[in-house]
Design a protein around this ligand. Sequence first.
Ligand SMILES: [Zn+2]
Length: 78
Amino acid sequence: MKNNNKYNLTATLKHPEIEQMLTNLTGVSRVGAVAESSCVTCENTVGDFKDELSEKEYTISGMCQECQDSVYAGDWEL
Ligand SMILES: [Zn+2]
């Protein structure tokens, strides 16, 4: 009983923590960016996505097609 309560509390608290981590990481609120159809990385308005997977990825990462391509191609200039 006590363990179950503890587990549920942990699961509930994970989401805000992850949101905060992503916000800190990108410097932009991911939820806010997706709501405005803008990209968290380049801050441009997002255009079309090449497939459903990329579109879904946008709702997760908040990155436009171009930024997703550069991330997955591995040519980040840091
Ligand atoms: Zn972008």
